[in-house]
Ligand binder design. Structure first.
Ligand SMILES: [Zn+2]
Length: 277
């Protein structure tokens, strides 16, 4: 099959899968998160370190309890990846949160780790992945292209007759996932992974920062550790000459950039009534 055709079909499959979550509730969120996790773990190696994972789960759950969705269930994974990054499938209930070994290498305190997790949990609480995809693609591209053309093409290709209303069915999403990852390979599923790993919109990043320090303070962590951590990322970025073209990390390269985020968080902490120990 031609490469271009493969890419087109993988995009259609991706949008078809996403179509289900746009109009759905918690059950679909769980399935979508599961789907995104399969894409991530098909191209990353999970580190099975029980003690370390347990520590992350403990801190993460403490933050979730202090969040706007205290009953939300998240799965925390450590990925064996030297890139300094952490990210989330960021779609509400059942979100997966990933911490790279490269990030753990530079973490110096529990408060710093709590800050990173709080930022990712905030993305999950606010469903930033869904909002990002919806705003970027749904209104402009998927609406006309997918419904009138995409479903038909993918349906034929998959050997099914898929009407737009059918494609949201969970079992079909599962089938599509298997098909996408099994046949087209990890490169074909890049669109979804890129949005997760490289960050969301500027306002979503700032919202996650603002919520992160609130959740940290409520959970008993020191919000100023978050500023220290962002400053550390900035100095690493400058030292290694990291930019969005040579390094895929939402923690370091997400818009609006570390300088603005540091200023923003500093101002929020100064203006807030957070108790600084
Ligand atoms: Zn972020």
């Amino acid at each position: 099959m031609q490469k271009k055709k493969k890419i087109l079909i993988s995009l259609i499959i991706f949008f078809l899968s996403f179509y289900g979550i746009v109009i759905a509730g918690e059950e679909k969120e769980i399935k979508y998160n599961f789907y995104a996790d399969r894409l991530i773990t098909s191209s990353h190696i999970i580190l099975f370190d029980e003690a370390l994972t347990q520590k992350i789960v403990e801190i993460g759950n403490k933050i979730i309890k202090a969040s706007d969705k205290p009953d939300m269930n998240c799965t925390f994974r450590i990925l064996n990846d030297p890139t300094i990054n952490a990210y989330s499938t960021a779609s509400g209930e059942g979100s997966f949160i990933y911490v790279n070994t490269g990030l753990l290498d530079i973490i110096e305190s529990e408060d710093e780790l709590a800050g990173v997790l709080a930022h990712e949990i905030a993305h999950a609480v606010k469903k930033h992945q869904i909002k990002f995809l919806k705003s970027e693609f749904w209104s402009t591209f998927v609406g006309s292209f997918l419904l009138e053309f995409g479903a038909g093409v993918a349906g034929i290709y998959l050997g099914h007759t898929l009407a737009p209303s059918d494609v949201i069915r969970a079992q079909q999403i599962g089938e599509i996932v298997t098909y996408t990852t099994g046949f087209l390979g990890s490169k074909a599923v890049a669109p979804i992974i890129v949005t997760i790993i490289q960050g969301y919109r500027k306002e979503h990043e700032l919202e996650a920062d603002a919520l992160a320090i609130r959740y940290m303070a409520k959970a008993g962590y020191q919000p100023t550790a978050y500023i220290a951590f962002l400053k550390k990322l900035k100095s690493i970025r400058d030292k290694l000459k990291i930019n969005e073209k040579n390094y895929a990390s939402c923690l370091i390269n997400a818009k609006p950039g570390l300088e603005e985020r540091i200023k923003y968080v500093k101002r929020l902490i100064l203006e807030s009534k957070y108790e600084i120990k």
